[in-house]
Design a protein around this ligand. Structure first.
Ligand code: GDP
Ligand code: MG
Length: 253
């Protein structure tokens, strides 16, 4: 098994790394890796896998042996989407990437949107942004295939992020984002939420540290293969993390 987290050689200036946290995504990962490379041939691709029982890591390891732009960060056990995303960002930063993009491993986020997301960081005649969010909740954005229950939960979380956490974005829980690595240096990354609330927690910290954030519309399509890992326990854990953050926000107002 190839474990590239031991490789510390730097990537060239201007490197974009597309990172994917995976747990049991063997059915989609091969196609996703190919689509990302076709869309962004110069990007590095990093998969952070938590030793998925379905062999996702083995597929990625084989691809990494064949293609030097593919990297695998293999963790020994399941430690959550938040810590996986953070480990990916830290790895990208250490290797000298300029921009990291994270997206889901189940093809819900369309790699064809990657160029638009990257372009949004540097708008013409405007100050550059630090974070560009692929947003389902602005005009032109959309969610396809989700149950009413999932839509309601998502709406509540985004409303909570905007109103209680005071982060001025419409889709604070999107897992599809481009982030300038420079801005990572001014964000406090200690004790970030380890599960799904990572995305709101990270944005909350980014906003408080003066980071410039923008949103561009994307269509999120519910997975057609494999199962969602956002089960009841994960959602409760996420809700607990968000409430803790809101209390802290009120106290520090
Ligand atoms: N490494 C890692 N990835 C995870 C974990 N939990 C979820 N993921 C990945 O995070 C992404 C989003 O998860 P998903 O189940 O699709 O959530 P949903 O889209 O909200 O239903 C997918 O690529 C999952 O494989 C985890 O504990 N560790
Ligand atoms: Mg999904």
């Amino acid at each position: 098994m190839k474990e590239t987290h031991l490789t510390l050689s730097k990537w060239p200036p201007g490197t974009v790394v597309v990172q994917i946290a995976t747990y049991d995504e063997a059915a989609s990962i091969g196609h996703l890796l190919r689509s990302i490379h076709t869309t962004l041939p110069d990007a590095q691709i990093l998969v952070i896998d938590d030793n998925s029982p379905d062999g996702t890591a083995q597929i990625v390891a084989q691809q990494a042996d064949e293609h030097s732009y593919i990297h695998l960060l293999l963790r020994v056990d399941r430690r959550g989407l938040g810590t996986a995303t953070l480990e990916g960002l830290t790895f990208a930063h250490q290797r000298g990437a300029d921009i990291a993009v994270h997206l889901d491993g189940d093809l819900s986020h369309d790699p064809a949107d990657l160029p638009r997301l990257l372009e949004a960081l540097t708008p013409a005649n405007k100050e550059p942004f630090d974070i560009a969010i692929g947003s389902r909740k602005i005009p032109g954005g959309n969610t396809v295939g989700w149950s009413v229950k999932r839509r309601v939960i998502s709406w509540l979380v985004c409303w909570f992020t905007r109103v209680a956490l005071r982060v001025p974005v419409r889709d604070g829980s999107s897992g599809f984002r481009a982030i300038r690595m420079q801005c990572i240096e001014k964000i406090d990354l200690t004790n970030l939420a380890s599960g799904y609330a990572f995305f709101e927690d990270f944005l909350w910290r980014a906003h408080r540290s003066g980071t410039r954030i923008t949103e561009i519309p994307i269509t999120f399509t519910n997975r057609k293969i494999g199962e969602s890992k956002a089960n009841g326990i994960e959602m409760l854990r996420g809700a607990y993390d968000l409430i803790k953050l809101a209390v802290y926000t009120c106290l520090k107002r």
